[in-house]
Design a protein. Structure first.
Length: 356
């Protein structure tokens, strides 16, 4: 049995603990969190033997084989570094971090440790993504021409202001799926060769709450992505090739137990549905992915799940997206305000800054 230590008592820990409980190869043995009420409740709900407000106690435990970091993303680099230094392999929630400086610090800790690490883009472990990769590699699918995607969710009330806004909360999902598509269809170097433009609006925390991006890859492939944490629950992702268009009919980033659907519309001939049926959700498959990796003594996941190099490329893409949006201020229309951090007030929906 793979013994898990959980750092963090937020809602995402419930999803992972449910998956661990369902897997026959894993068990949760320890949990750490500063909220003592939430800590006690989760210990009781999931029958976790050890509970502590001190992360160092969890990392020192001989009853923990692997650590799941469910902290806000601006804390990921320090938490990952500490876990690896304690000799614990790590599954760390997305996004990787909120800056490339922190991402490189995290990556150096991973490389130095020689231990397993994976970013928790859980949907990539679901069989739906394996089926997608199979389609993308099929010569009859055609050559890639364009990708469009968006993700919106009304979560502005609950996100941490230090977490960097919608790009790092939601934009990482369409960005990481775009990365998988371009990498699979165009080769390992294609994703980094690109030019980008972006627009966006700010909330009262000086974080981006709505943003749209246009990308031209050097090989001639185009992409448009949008992300918002101010409204919705809405998603969309479509891949256009020289032979037709593939559209996700169900949410690709929250594949649940049951049927997940893609619709293939060839330019010639009838459309057809591609259905992936599975009894388990993405968090369960992510748990199984970690089990397989550690059983085989691997230091990283296998694609479609993200390797460290993939996570760094996705993080650089998000950073460039942020910078392209901020570059719009160079016209002198309205300079960006400094981030007020975690003490700033929560935004209302009508407090967005006009698009620039």
């Amino acid at each position: 049995m793979l013994r898990w230590g959980i750092i963090g008592t937020g809602f995402i820990s419930h999803a992972m603990l449910g998956a661990i409980a369902k897997s026959k190869g894993s068990v949760a043995t320890a949990i750490a969190g500063r909220n003592e009420t939430a800590l006690a409740d989760m210990q009781a709900q999931y029958q976790i033997p050890q509970g502590t407000p001190d992360t160092a106690d969890l990392l020192a435990s001989d009853d923990v084989d692997v650590v799941y970091i469910a902290l806000p993303n601006h804390l990921h680099a320090d938490a990952t570094t500490a876990a690896l230094a304690a000799g614990k392999p790590v599954l760390c929630e997305k996004s990787l971090t909120v800056s490339m400086t922190d991402a490189e610090t995290l990556a150096q800790a991973v490389r130095s440790s020689g231990l397993f690490f994976a970013e928790g883009l859980m949907y990539l472990a679901h069989p739906l993504m394996a089926q997608l990769v199979k389609l993308l590699r099929d010569p009859t699918f055609g050559a890639l021409r364009s990708v469009s995607g968006f993700y919106a969710a009304d979560i502005w009330q609950v996100v941490n202001p230090a977490g960097g806004g919608t790009l790092y909360n939601l934009g990482c999902y369409p960005a990481s799926l775009l990365h998988l598509v371009v990498q699979t269809m165009c080769g390992d170097t294609a994703f980094a060769a690109r030019s980008m433009t972006a627009h966006g609006t700010e909330n009262a925390d000086c974080n981006i709450q709505d943003t749209a991006l246009s990308v031209r890859f050097d090989n001639g492939v185009f992409a448009t992505l949008q992300s918002s944490d101010s409204h919705g629950m809405a998603f969309g992702f479509e891949i256009t090739t020289t032979k037709g268009a593939l559209r996700f009919d169900t949410n690709p980033w929250l594949p649940d137990a049951g049927d997940s659907r893609m619709i293939w519309r060839p330019f010639e001939g009838p459309e057809r549905a591609i259905v992936v049926s599975d009894a388990n959700d993405a968090f369960y498959h992510q748990t199984r992915m970690v089990e397989r990796a550690l059983t085989s003594h691997a230091t990283e996941a296998q694609r479609p799940s993200p390797r460290l190099s993939d996570s760094l490329e996705i993080m650089q893409f998000l950073t460039d997206w942020m910078r392209r949006r901020e570059d719009k201020y160079l016209s002198g229309i309205s300079p960006p305000r400094p981030n007020r951090g975690v003490e700033s007030k929560r935004p209302r929906l009508d407090e967005g800054k006009p698009a620039v």
